[in-house]
Design a protein around this ligand. Structure first.
Ligand code: GDP
Ligand code: MG
Length: 370
């Protein structure tokens, strides 16, 4: 989706491929001329050459009208940060996500019946933090490929016994392209061969300089396995959130992004959505991608039924007439007919695009045969 080979991208920028390959190396990406690079990397390279790259997303006029509703600044109130965890494979992303979720489970009275809904909230110092439960780059890249930005802060996990690795660099590039601040969690400090200073040293090459060395990146030493340093890490995340002054209007039109969705045998289509503005309520008519429906029930990550869900709250909703895709935006419509019309329009356009693609493929095949 939107990716391009190094060679083609060089042509677009009117540069020599070798020049691009050199720049990619500086970003820590080893590439050949035929290798595909993603849109985030393309944006970074383009800006290196002084070119601003606009990744064009298909515009949906009606939806845009509904989404671009100005909120009165006076109606904005602080909202919890939405955090994703990224890092190289085996550096401890899943362990960290589990550790943070568990610390919360023991704290709730419900006895720890957590649901996997693709996102969860934890409370620290009387404040909430929302975590997207998709470790790795999926949450980031699938969402961004669809024009959705949900992440406010990225925790970059780097194992202290392994240091900066290729996916560490990739994660940094994604976060930079999306303008999302990074908090570095130096993990596995319990290991005898842990070398947190080396991690700091290596990351300076990528512009992540710790405060004690004159930079502004926060480094938190942790052991996800031994549950050490987690509270401090979360407090640092809140500190970064304070700087961002994240706000939303709980009274505005409810909208947000689909985090994940599936067809459940008993309950039909269920979608985990992140509410980004407004307050979603049971009974609301929702359009999400090419699906719509009235919200029949909402459940949070502890399995509790909710009647309302405000900004930065992840909830699993029932009542859509189909399964939307991760990254689809959702918006609440005033009437069911308007919702149905929009969805029908989108579906027929999608069908048309598919037909055009098929036609193109057939033509290509034809040429190949000739
Ligand atoms: P992911 O691929 O980034 O999700 O990494 P995992 O969370 O699956 O962890 C990879 C391995 O590292 C597992 O065997 C974990 O038990 C181990 N691990 C994760 N965090 C720590 C830690 O803080 N200390 C130690 N010693 N091992 C850890
Ligand atoms: Mg994992």
């Amino acid at each position: 989706e939107g990716a391009m080979s190094v060679g083609d991208f060089a042509k677009l920028l009117q540069r020599e491929p070798a020049e691009l390959i050199k720049r990619l190396l500086l970003l820590g990406v080893m590439a050949t001329i035929n290798q595909e690079i993603d849109t985030d990397t393309m944006e970074l390279i383009a800006s290196d050459f002084g070119v601003t790259l606009h990744v064009v997303e298909p515009v949906d006029e009606e939806a845009l009208d509904m989404l671009v509703e100005e909120d009165d600044p006076a109606s904005l109130v602080p909202r919890p940060p939405v955090v994703t965890i990224m890092g190289h494979v085996d550096h401890g992303k899943t362990t960290l996500l589990d550790a943070i979720r568990e610390s919360k489970v023991t704290a709730t009275e419900s006895g720890g019946i957590t649901q996997h809904i693709g996102a969860y909230q934890v409370e620290i110092a009387d404040r909430q933090i929302t975590f997207l439960d998709t470790p790795g780059h999926e949450a980031f890249t699938t969402m961004r490929a669809r024009g959705a930005q949900v992440t406010d802060i990225t925790i970059l996990v780097v194992a202290a016994d392994d240091g900066v690795m290729p996916q560490t660099v990739e994660a940094i590039n994604h976060a930079k392209a999306a303008n999302v601040p990074i908090v570095v969690a130096v993990n596995k400090i319990d290991k005898p061969d842990a070398n947190p200073d080396r991690v700091k040293q290596e990351l300076t090459q990528y512009g992540l300089v710790p405060e004690e060395w004159g930079g502004d990146t926060i480094f938190a030493p942790i052991s996800a396995l031994k549950r050490q340093g987690l509270e401090e890490l979360l407090e640092m995340v809140l500190l970064v959130a304070d700087v961002q002054e994240l706000k939303a209007n709980p009274e505005g039109r409810p909208r947000g992004t689909v985090i994940e969705a599936k067809l459940d045998r008993g309950r039909g289509p269920v979608a985990t959505v992140l509410v980004q503005n407004g307050t979603l309520k049971v009974g609301d008519i929702v359009v999400a991608g090419t699906t719509y429906g009235r919200v029949r029930a909402m459940v949070n990550d502890t399995g509790r039924r909710l009647k309302t869900a405000g900004p930065s709250t992840p909830v699993e909703i029932q009542g859509l007439n189909g399964v939307p895709s991760a990254g689809d935006q959702f918006v609440v419509y005033d009437d069911e007919r308007g919702a149905r019309n929009l969805v029908e329009k989108r579906m027929s356009r999608e069908k048309q695009e598919q037909m055009q693609n098929t036609a193109r493929v057939t033509l290509d095949d034809l040429y190949r045969q000739i």
